[in-house]
Design a protein around this ligand. Sequence first.
Ligand SMILES: Cc1cc2nc3c(=O)[nH]c(=O)nc-3n(C[C@H](O)[C@H](O)[C@H](O)COP(=O)(O)OP(=O)(O)OC[C@H]3O[C@@H](n4cnc5c(N)ncnc54)[C@H](O)[C@@H]3O)c2cc1C
Length: 329
Amino acid sequence: MGGANGKVAVIAEMEEVGRPSRITLELLGLGRRLASPRGEVWAVVLGSGVKEACGELASRGADRVFYLDHPSLSPYNPEAWTRVLKPFLRERGEGVVLAGHTPLGQDLLPRLAFSLEAGVVTDCVGVRADEEGLLFTKPVYGGNALAGVRVTTPLALATVRSRVGEALPPTHTGEEPVPLPLDPPGETRVLVRERHRLEAAECPLEEARVVVSGGRGMGGEEGFEVLRELARTLGGAVGASRPPVDSGWAPTTCQVGITGKVVAPDLYIAVAISGSSQHLSGMADSGKIVAVNRDPEAYIFQVSDYGVVGDWREVLPAFLTKVRELVSE
Ligand SMILES: Cc1cc2nc3c(=O)[nH]c(=O)nc-3n(C[C@H](O)[C@H](O)[C@H](O)COP(=O)(O)OP(=O)(O)OC[C@H]3O[C@@H](n4cnc5c(N)ncnc54)[C@H](O)[C@@H]3O)c2cc1C
């Protein structure tokens, strides 16, 4: 039965050049927990200018950091990354490979698993080691149930949601990063020539510490202007349930839920959202959940830490005024 066997590899992602993303640091913390005391956690980082990030990866839990710094690997290109990682992981042969359940992780790990003939579990909300190996937990049936999954191949791959692991405090390490002894990939069948940020630059949802989301009850685009103002004041991002996205009040990139993004900010404010299972499966792991809804029976109140029963048109302006006061203090 597949277990970590003391071997954990984390595929690192960058938040910006030289700075590992929050999920990467959480996965290193998780990796330390899964590796046996004598086990080894590796971090692998690919891209352009990534060498700068190696020190932080080492100080946050990686025993060894491998990197390949090459322009052909940035921006992310699935074919190029698979060409580099496949031989590297094949040589490792066993253990577990962790990546965030991010667009990159969701794209890369199934490809790698297929090419390595290894088992993969996506969208994990829990990973733990027991006497039988690793047990991965993931939501099924639209988030209404959890499935426990084991991988039977020696190498197991998993994409993991935010907040499953805990980032470790930085520690001093003298370990030098190791350049991958591989040639950078040559030409790929797909070439990314240009990148354009989709619609709202205001929605880096997955990394935001505060998310203010609106639902159908916002009634239109004007409602989302108020949410944007609140998100700006709190230094957060705007999210949405599916109906506002379908109606064009909010960009697709804002959708939270089973067919949208999975977020786990410290604070999730759900305004005029009823709390369907499809929405909850994208935000239920948030630190604190605050709901504003005029219907006291709305299901969202069942999963909220704090709730305000009322019309958002009355509640939000007062809330915003108070937040501004507190922020300016
Ligand atoms: C295959 C599939 C995939 C889906 N994927 C997703 C997904 O990824 N994400 C997602 O969100 N949904 C998804 N859905 C849709 C999901 O089933 C729900 O329909 C949707 O989440 C409901 O959105 P809502 O809560 O905004 O709207 P509603 O359920 O209509 O709730 C609106 C809420 O607003 C409140 N309200 C109204 N006016 C006010 C006001 N003035 N002030 C305060 N409160 C007010 C109401 O009391 C109500 O609770 C999916 C559905 C399917 C079938």
